[in-house]
Design a protein around this ligand. Structure first.
Ligand code: ADP
Length: 581
């Protein structure tokens, strides 16, 4: 079926979009046929005059032709309006729905997806690709498919009048389309190249803006800008290259099609001379020929655009094809023990976790230790379903977290990670993010417990001081305390903690520690441990190595295990300068 699933996918259309395309197509057929009727009127008028001239018949009835022409003009106007409304008008709703649908979809995708396609790439899809599809939906689909149908109808009529002249007139059409379809691969390839170049440009602009301070600081403006200019030039070059290639094919196709005029005249002259047809039939073909190529000319350019748009449609559909992280919106676990059972995981091809099993008990601090890259952060991310495990099962209080909607699940988690995200708002509002609707009083209490008072009091407007984009005005330790205050405010039963505090001085570290111990009391705590103190204080240690659990147990036990990995690591690191596992 022409308008089946494949068609929808190919052009990234919704059901409504398909309906609109059909309407646009129907109106285009009507418009093209009405325009052809104009040629019919001209033919009738001319043949009447010829009758008068050659056979001495009376003059044609002027009123009849004036009325006919007026009717034609009115009909033409109405049908053009119908075509306009059914193509351009209907499409705008579709574009809006598409963008909202994409945004909704992106919200539901697992976080891992955003590592594969970065922000610039996704923005390019939501804005650029949807724009391109909009153009194809509004300017192309209806016209193109409508022209196929109307020309087929006209071609059948021409064949009925005289098949020899019809062939002479139309042979170029399949040749021209054949040529264009032959260039399809090339057009798509060019489109892919220029799309990639466009994403590189947005990436470059985003990167430069984000890092403008650092770029200034290291005096590299010129180098950076030159790099950016080069990316923009490259993009332009790929666009020109693409347009040129398409332009050559489209124009060649158009010229080939027009050779039909020459062959019609040649064949027509021969047929008249041999007495096979009369002059008026030949004249009618000449009139038709002036009109018949017009919708095709438009179609040729449009087809090239359709080929190029296939790349955009594929990029759009890729978002829809990615399985969303979905699940039940109720989450009623029995307690909050986190259990990993034979969990396997790979970001790409490389297996990061290979059958990890352990339990982090409620009311205990479980410390994940292991060499850098051993998968500690990955375990923490999986525990919160920021990614889905590829093998095995992770459960909280006996409930498989893969069956719970990520947003619902996360309401039971507080996360204090290394990269604290702060917004360009006041200190108060940044902490309030922990629990929507918390009162000022509650926010202040959490902030005090997180040892924020001391630095906030020094800010010009206290808790109402704006902290600049991503907390630019705050130090590392201060940012971390804000993030702990958020977690305290949320008071979720599970706390995931990455306590990389390398950037903190000793005084700050003690303050952060104090804040932390308040946060962690009676929770299920999974901590990516870096420091001796945390590891010693933990209730349980899980040592990760090579994507597996190498050892687990209470710290004192592991410290006494001769030849144990944990013991060796602790000994090595305490001898070294900084204590890092
Ligand atoms: P750790 O926290 O123990 O240092 P991670 O869990 O961060 O280890 O990383 C484990 C492995 O997974 C590393 O080899 C790292 O390169 C890889 N990795 C981490 N995050 C990603 C990601 N977003 N995409 C691809 N690979 C990743």
């Amino acid at each position: 079926m022409m308008f089946g699933e494949n068609f929808k996918r190919k052009y990234a259309l919704s059901d409504k979009g398909v309906e609109n395309t059909k309407k646009g197509m129907l109106w285009t057929v009507i418009v093209n046929l009405v325009v052809m009727t104009g040629t019919g009127i001209l033919y009738m008028l001319t043949s009447k005059f010829m009758d008068t001239l050659v056979n001495g018949a009376g003059l044609p009835n002027a009123w009849f032709f004036i009325l006919l022409t007026a009717a034609f003009v009115v009909l033409s106007l109405i049908t053009h309006v119908g075509q306009y409304v059914s193509t351009y008008g209907l499409v705008y709703g579709e574009v809006k729905d598409m963008r909202i649908g994409l945004a909704e979809r992106l919200r539901k995708l697992p976080l891992g997806y955003f590592g594969k396609r970065d922000l610039a790439d996704l923005t390019e899809t939501i804005m650029g690709d949807v724009n391109r599809m909009e153009h194809v939906w509004s300017h192309v689909m209806g016209y193109l498919y409508g022209s196929y149908v109307s020309t087929a109808i006209i071609a059948v009529c021409l064949f009925i009048y005289d098949w020899r002249l019809a062939i002479a007139c139309l042979w170029g059409v399949p040749v021209a389309f054949g040529l264009l379809f032959g260039s399809r691969k090339l057009a798509k390839r060019n489109s892919e190249i220029s799309k990639a170049a466009a994403v590189t440009v947005s990436d470059g602009i985003q990167e430069t803006l984000e890092n403008i301070r650092e770029i200034h600081a290291i005096n590299q403006e010129e180098k950076y800008l030159n790099g950016l200019y080069k990316k923009i030039d490259d993009h332009e070059a790929t666009l020109i290259q693409g347009e040129l290639a398409t332009g050559i094919f489209v124009n060649a196709a158009s010229v080939i099609m027009r050779l039909g005029v020459a062959t019609t005249i040649l064949v027509g002259a021969k047929l008249i001379l041999s007495g096979n047809i009369d002059f008026m039939l030949f004249f009618m073909f000449l009139l038709v020929i002036t009109r018949i190529y017009a919708p095709f000319d438009q179609s040729l350019a449009l087809i090239a655009e359709v080929f190029m748009s296939e790349v955009s449609a594929e990029r759009l559909m890729e978002i829809y094809d990615t399985p969303a992280a979905e699940g039940s919106e109720t989450f009623a676990p029995k307690g909050h023990d986190i259990t990993f059972e034979n969990v396997g995981f790979a970001y790409d091809d490389e297996q990061v976790l290979k059958g990890v099993s352990f339990t982090a008990k409620e009311g205990e601090v479980t410390a994940l230790v292991g060499p850098s890259g051993s998968g500690k952060s990955t375990c923490a991310r999986l525990a919160a379903r920021l990614w889905d495990a590829t093998d095995g099962k992770i459960s909280v209080g006996g409930v498989d977290i893969a069956s719970v909607d990520p947003e619902t699940l996360l309401s039971d988690y507080s996360m204090v990670f290394q990269d604290v995200v702060l917004f360009d708002d006041t200190v108060m509002e940044n902490i309030r993010l922990g629990r929507h609707g918390a009162t000022d009083e509650e926010v202040r209490k959490a902030a005090s417990a997180a040892n924020c008072d001391e630095f906030v009091e020094k800010l010009p407007q206290g808790y109402d001081t704006p902290i600049g984009e991503n907390g630019a005005k705050l130090s590392g330790g201060e940012r971390q305390r804000i993030s702990i205050a958020r977690a305290l405010l949320k008071n979720a039963p599970i706390v995931l903690l990455d306590e990389a505090t390398a950037s903190l001085d000793v005084e700050n570290e003690t303050k952060v520690q104090g804040a932390l111990s308040r946060l962690l009391a009676n929770k299920t705590v999974l901590v990516i441990a870096h420091r001796m103190r945390t590891v010693e204080a933990a209730d349980k240690i899980v040592v990760l190595a090579d994507g597996k659990v190498a050892e687990e147990g209470i710290p004192a036990e592991l410290m006494n295990k001769d030849g144990g990995m944990f013991k060796r690591m602790v000994e090595l690191q305490t001898q070294g300068a900084g204590w890092r596992i």
